[in-house]
Write a protein that binds this ligand. Structure first.
Ligand code: ATP
Ligand code: MG
Length: 261
């Protein structure tokens, strides 16, 4: 069965959506069949990075959670748009709704993680996914933490900021108690004058989990402003190379069975 990776952070704006989209694309470029599930139902954004045009979106994850459609109806094949060129590689996106009334309803009612859980395996089997990434809403909210329990791996992002460090410890403790099999960390938005090796040491010392990589706070990433996949637009850039190294560490290998088996 495919591998589920949740990308989360205690605070907002740490780079979850950009890093998730880039890692998903990089794994697709490694020949994997990958999907991104946007569970940030309150403030969705990953569709912009992956280039899903608004008028192409008919059904959303929010519709599925409200029982209005099947999960399979929500999967948009982004392989061509995102420029997946490796044979065998594929990239899907399950976006959430940008409609005000849907977001208001989610804010008021929350959603049923059980419905998500019961349909995820079917979706993964149907699309023959090797990897499913879950982009999340920041913080310690009930739905996100429950969704994390469906994951084989939690990638927790952190910035070198004392506010991040404090809350991250709480998220990690909850994830550990919920029994997430693998917990790994990525530092993002690290100022250029800070030595990346010292960040790895500091994060390891503070939390005791593996550190997959350290990404700099980079003008070029900010300039792109979520209008596309950084690693696709800037291959060979230091940020893309570090993302690539993180993708390699997360690659579970080709798990999917060949078609018709
Ligand atoms: N390494 C970086 N250097 C510079 N800017 C970055 C970097 N990583 C992300 N950003 C910028 O930070 C902003 C927030 O990124 P993103 O939306 O991916 O974060 P997020 O954690 O998903 O936010 P939210 O919590 O709101 O969902 C974006 O404008 C993005 O371009
Ligand atoms: Mg986001």
């Amino acid at each position: 069965m495919g591998h589920i990776i949740s990308v989360h952070s205690y605070r907002g704006g740490t780079g979850k959506s950009n890093i998730t989209a880039n890692l998903a694309w990089l794994l697709a470029q490694r020949g994997r069949r990958v999907a991104v599930l946007d569970t940030d139902l309150q403030s969705p954004g990953v569709h912009l990075i992956l280039g899903l045009e608004k008028d192409r979106i008919t059904e959303t994850l929010t519709d599925f959670l409200f029982g209005k459609c099947e999960m399979e109806d929500v999967a948009y094949d982004m392989s061509a748009t995102a420029g997946v060129t490796t044979p065998g590689g594929a990239l899907y996106l399950l976006p959430s709704s940008m409609k005000v009334e849907s977001i208001t309803r989610i804010l008021a009612e929350g959603y049923d993680v059980g419905r998500l859980e019961s349909h995820l395996q079917k979706l993964m089997k149907g699309l023959r996914l090797d990897v499913l990434f879950i982009d999340t809403h920041p913080g310690l909210n009930r739905e996100t933490m429950l969704t994390t329990t469906l994951s084989d791996c939690l990638v927790l992002l952190i910035r070198p900021d004392s506010q991040d460090f404090h809350g991250t410890a709480v998220v990690l403790e909850v994830a550990k108690r919920l029994g997430v099999p693998r917990i790994a960390m990525v530092a993002n938005k690290v100022a250029s004058r800070i030595d990346p090796a010292s960040v790895v040491d500091k994060v390891k010392q503070a939390f005791g989990y593996e550190v997959l990589g350290v990404l700099p706070l980079h003008e070029d990433v900010a300039t792109l402003g979520s209008r596309g996949l950084f690693a696709a637009k800037h291959p060979g850039h230091a940020v893309s190379l570090e993302l690539s190294s993180i993708a390699e560490k997360l690659d579970p290998g080709p798990l999917s069975a060949p078609p018709g088996s």
